[in-house]
Design a protein around this ligand. Structure first.
Ligand SMILES: [Zn+2]
Ligand SMILES: [Zn+2]
Length: 341
């Protein structure tokens, strides 16, 4: 099979082709696993963090990709609920121990043995992959493969972020960063909280225009002051400066949710934190870590019910490096998806 493989870590600014096209054997599923013939795989900012070493793969080489849609091509002897030919998705959660106190409480996203698809196990930048039956999700029939792929990370984790934001209908929500996840959260909010005004902070004018087209009531630069204080803000940027700027826009008692697996090195701006301006008045900061299977399932049902259509830009598998370089450069309009030939 063809696969785009990460063989060694590098900086994307110095190496515009971090992944290498390889011909590899088709993997063989274990007794509890499915073999998927991959149809599509979304491209995520987390792949940049893996390639550049901010969230290190457990081993190299590894096949990245954690927003996978495919059809079941073969099953292990103990697979019982999924059949050959079924269409399923795979998300960031590849496995968890199932026994620890986090897993037992349904917080498997916090399991210390959490394994991530495409980082700790081979993912979907390939024609085939294997995954445990328990970590594959039927894709609602109304969704196309290309439409479903970006929902499996950007959408599902956006859904978890929104859940953690504690928003009530009519309260004001800010989104700082407006990439794949931000634009899906905006659409979810319009559906779930129709009376909530959405305020978007983004570096690029194109993203701000896009936010306006999708129904944001206001959009501005990352460091602008919004016309109102905001009850919740979700940060999807890879940097610290937007966090500081967002805290200044947060209402008393408000919550900032940081949806990022790692932050880049601009930590010096944290020295500008001013307690009365940024933190006092019971402002909260909460990070989002990974996702649970329940998040993925609940979100896919909601996405089908509201016919959530992500804006998508399609690339071939062999163009994965181009897609990653564009992502790094901030050339985002919706979500990038690799489509297997
Ligand atoms: Zn992702
Ligand atoms: Zn566990």
């Amino acid at each position: 099979m063809k696969a785009m493989v990460l063989e060694k870590l590098c900086e994307l600014n110095e190496n515009h082709a971090p992944l290498v096209l390889r011909e590899l054997p088709v993997p063989v599923p274990h007794e509890n696993e499915l073999l998927l013939k991959v149809s599509c795989c979304g491209v995520c900012h987390t792949e940049l963090d893996e390639i550049e070493g901010r969230t290190q793969p457990a081993r190299l080489p590894v096949i990245p990709g954690h927003q996978v849609v495919g059809r079941v091509d073969a099953i292990g002897s103990k697979v019982s609920t999924i059949k050959i030919g079924d269409r399923v998705g795979v998300a960031w959660i590849f496995s968890a121990c199932g026994e620890c106190r986090f897993c037992m409480a349904g917080n498997e996203n916090l399991c210390r043995a959490f394994e991530a698809t495409g980082r700790d196990a081979d993912g979907g930048y390939a024609q085939y992959m294997t995954v445990a039956e328990d970590f594959a999700y039927p894709i609602p029939a109304s969704m196309s493969d290309v439409q479903a792929a970006p929902l499996l990370c950007a959408g599902a984790i956006g859904y978890r972020s929104l859940r953690l934001a504690n928003l009530r209908d009519g309260q004001r929500l800010g989104l700082t960063g407006f990439g794949a996840s931000g634009h899906l959260v905006l659409k979810m909010v319009k559906h779930k909280y129709p009376n909530t005004g959405i305020y978007v902070f983004a570096r690029s004018l194109a993203e701000r225009v896009f936010a306006g087209e999708l129904g944001a009531v206001w959009s501005g630069d990352t460091f602008d002051q919004a016309p109102h204080k905001l009850d919740s803000i979700i940060d999807t940027t890879p940097a610290w400066e937007p966090v500081v700027a967002a805290l200044a826009n947060l209402e008393s008692g408000g919550r900032l949710v940081i949806n990022a697996i790692r932050k880049e090195g601009d930590k010096r701006c944290l020295l500008d934190l001013d307690y009365p301006l940024h933190l006092w008045q019971e402002k909260e900061i909460k990070s989002v870590a990974n996702i649970t299977r329940t998040d993925v399932r609940d979100f896919l049902n909601m996405a089908a019910a509201m016919n959530l259509e992500p804006e998508v830009q399609v690339f071939e598998l062999e163009q994965a490096n181009e897609a990653l370089v564009e992502l790094k450069a901030g050339k985002i309009r919706g979500a990038k998806v690799l489509k297997m030939a």
